[in-house]
Write a protein that binds this ligand. Structure first.
Ligand SMILES: NC(=O)c1ccc[n+]([C@@H]2O[C@H](COP(=O)([O-])OP(=O)(O)OC[C@H]3O[C@@H](n4cnc5c(N)ncnc54)[C@H](O)[C@@H]3O)[C@@H](O)[C@H]2O)c1
Length: 265
């Protein structure tokens, strides 16, 4: 596969990450499917392979530096280079700030923000030395931010701070790495329905949102519908392609016109 670009998508076992892995595979890349949930990483990669795409699962957490290094080492061993890194893995643990525990704060920051940093740091050499050819498209890093990181949302201090941090990290790395032919950008989605993060909250579940919150958010979207993972995957496809070689350090908002979510406490 000498001419296929290698794309690693973290947290790609479900939701937006799985849609991005699929879209980049459809674009002709090797989709390296990472997730902390090993079964999910294998399931998504297996489905893509069954459909004739090129995919490869790499399980592991982005949230600890040793395992982030191991994920990148595995990509290096298998493919010898990396063309596209999509830092999609992220988690939420909503709570009002005055009731938020140390653990709840740290968990979200560790996975979303520190995990993105660990993965970028670990991947730098493979990205710098990679590329299909010196004439080919730039190497690309796409970080999953959120409009929460720009506008803030009640009960999400940990998540909003992590995503705001990702925006700063994105802009800084874009300055540091542009001269190596690596473009760093971020996507800030609004409300993307149908993922585990935005599914309706079930009793006892750590995941999801209350149904009334989902309704309020959907009503606030000028385009008239919630986003779907493919809306984000399409923008990621563009940011991973040579069509965006002159775009760097941008936080691309993908929210159907919804700029501020007002959720009553
Ligand atoms: N769904 C939305 O409305 C929305 C809006 C804005 C931003 N985002 C961002 O998009 C990204 C994907 O969100 P989603 O809605 O698909 O979430 P999701 O919960 O459906 O999927 C996230 C995936 O990340 C994996 N993951 C969690 N911790 C990990 C770790 N330490 N290492 C590797 N993988 C890990 C999970 O196992 C899961 O498969 C996140 O960064 C999220 O913050 C989502």
């Amino acid at each position: 596969m000498p001419d296929r670009r290698i794309a690693l998508v973290t947290g790609a076992g479900r939701g937006i990450g799985a849609a991005i892995a699929r879209r980049l595979a459809e674009d002709g890349m090797v989709a390296v499917v990472n997730d902390v949930d090993e079964d999910k990483a294998h399931e998504v990669a297996g489905l893509l392979l069954e459909e004739g795409f090129v995919a490869f699962p790499v399980a592991g957490s982005v949230g600890e530096s040793e395992s982030a290094d191991l994920i990148i080492e595995e990509v290096g061993r298998e493919f010898g280079r990396l063309d596209v890194l999509v830092n999609n893995a992220g988690v939420t643990r909503p709570a009002m700030a005055h009731r938020m525990t140390d653990e709840t704060w740290s968990y979200v920051i560790d996975v979303a923000l520190t995990g993105t940093f660990y993965m970028c740091r670990a991947a730098f050499k493979l990205l710098r030395d990679g590329g299909v050819s010196s004439q080919g498209p730039n190497r690309k890093v796409v970080n999953l931010s959120s409009i929460n990181g720009i506008y803030g949302t009640a009960a999400n201090a940990n998540y909003s701070a992590a995503k705001a941090g990702i925006n700063g990290l994105t802009r800084t790395l874009s300055r540091e790495w542009a001269s190596y032919g690596i473009n760093v950008n971020a996507i800030a989605p609004g409300y993307i329905s149908g993922t585990r993060m935005t599914s309706a909250l079930e009793d006892g579940s750590d995941f999801g949102l209350p149904v009334e919150v989902i309704r309020a958010v959907e009503e606030a979207i000028p385009i008239g519908r919630a986003g779907v993972p493919e809306d984000v995957a399409g923008v990621c496809s563009w940011l991973a392609s040579s069509d965006s070689d002159y775009v760097c350090g941008q936080i691309v908002e993908v929210h159907g016109g919804m700029e501020i979510i007002k959720v009553n406490e």
